[in-house]
Design a protein around this ligand. Structure first.
Ligand SMILES: Nc1ncnc2c1ncn2[C@@H]1O[C@H](COP(=O)(O)OP(=O)(O)OP(=O)(O)O)[C@@H](O)[C@H]1O
Length: 363
């Protein structure tokens, strides 16, 4: 089961043909007076945030953003405070009304949905897990989780049994009858997660859900999200300002600055091929060997290299390959479907760690 889910994830990251769940095109959200004039005006659109504010009194929180979220992927929206992450993700279900552009979910135009359809979208198709968990303080854990199902009109017995199942899934077994005030921050966040999961949405949207948690609990929750994703292959959109969290969770990351997406790519693409100096500076301290895979260091096997030496998968990290090469003292064979597709040696692995292009080493 785990293997199957992993395949789904890899497909989401690698295969551009996977149909998108969300498709966003030329999206703008401008706050302020006569906001609608900004997107269509090339001169205003080109101003820096400070200049735009000075000239018009407007803030362009999201500027001309286009991207697809593929089925089954974890899509992370990352950026510093004020870069537009929350506004962008809230626009997807029109918790914030976009100024212009188009948003499509499973082929359906979100901007033309009426109130009832929008409610249905937010409740059943794209549920949000908030940073402040928004739990009902006088209800038990079980009732908080069952709440979304109550709104869906499910009978009491069915609600409770589904809620109990989800409570167990997120590791809260035994705490069903407590009130939120009797739980730790991490446990409350699990309740928030369980509540969103209970309605079985196609997409889960996370708005910096773990930023209020202490580091150890935060790591637990990240593991929980990874586990849930592996088991279910559910599409997730995750907002964070924490690069390590983004690299850990994301199949792809959209890195935002001043309302624009400055780079959209896999963690490996963002760390290995930053689009500009801003991104380069952002990822400067990332331990590259933990993010880059051996594909970046691959060269053809020569002599009998394809026959001996440790074998590793093409998706293995450079760190894992370094371990294998250091232990055996010989290049590692990268094996795919039982076939050696190349080898990685000391020099190429060190080049990745040092941030030197493999081609430069070979030359
Ligand atoms: N209702 C609003 N009215 C005016 N400006 C707003 C409004 N909401 C957000 N903004 C501005 O839009 C920009 C983007 O804000 P947003 O909250 O989307 O950023 P963010 O990246 O999610 O930040 P944070 O990580 O601090 O939550 C900021 O400059 C913010 O001040």
């Amino acid at each position: 089961m785990t293997k199957k889910a992993v395949d789904v994830t890899e497909k989401a990251a690698d295969d551009g043909a996977t149909p998108p769940v969300f498709s966003v095109t030329d999206l703008w959200k401008v706050f302020g007076p006569k906001a609608g004039r900004v997107p269509g005006d090339a001169e205003l659109g080109a101003l820096s945030p400070a200049e735009l504010r000075e000239r018009t009194g407007c803030t362009a929180a999201v500027r001309d953003v286009s991207f697809d979220v593929r089925k089954g992927e974890v899509f992370v929206v990352m950026g510093l405070s004020g870069s537009g992450k929350s506004t962008l993700v809230r626009c997807l279900t029109r918790l914030i009304e976009p100024t212009s552009g188009s948003i499509v979910i499973d082929g359906e135009d979100v901007l033309s949905m009426d109130t009832a359809r929008l409610r249905e979208l937010r409740r059943h198709r794209a549920s949000m897990v908030f940073q402040h968990f928004g739990l009902l303080p006088h209800r038990s854990v079980l009732d908080n989780v069952a709440y979304g199902l109550e709104i869906q009109g499910l009978g009491k017995a069915a609600r409770r049994s589904r809620a109990a199942e989800i409570v167990a899934k997120v590791g809260l077994e035994g705490l069903e009858h407590r009130r939120p005030g009797q739980l730790s921050g991490g446990q409350q966040q699990r309740v928030g997660l369980a509540r969103a999961l209970a309605v079985d949405p196609e997409v889960l949207l996370f708005d910096e859900p773990f930023s209020a948690l202490d580091p150890l609990i935060r790591r637990d929750m990240q593991e929980e999200v990874i586990r849930l994703h592996r088991e279910e292959g559910r599409t997730m959109i995750f907002i964070t300002h924490d690069l390590n969290e983004a690299l850990k969770l994301g199949d792809r990351i959209a890195l935002m600055r001043d309302g624009r997406i400055v780079q959209l790519g896999t963690p490996e693409e963002i760390v290995g091929a930053p689009a500009d100096d801003y991104v380069r500076d952002f990822v400067r301290d990332v331990p590259r060997e933990q993010v880059m895979t051996v594909r970046t260091a691959l060269r053809p096997a020569v002599g009998d290299e394809a026959e001996s030496g440790p074998s590793i998968a093409p998706g293995a990290t450079v760190f894992e390959a370094i371990e294998a090469v250091a232990r055996t003292g010989s290049p590692a064979r990268v094996m795919e479907a039982g076939r050696c597709v190349g080898v990685v040696d000391h020099a190429a692995l060190l080049a990745v760690v040092a941030g030197v292009r493999v081609g430069e080493v070979a030359a």
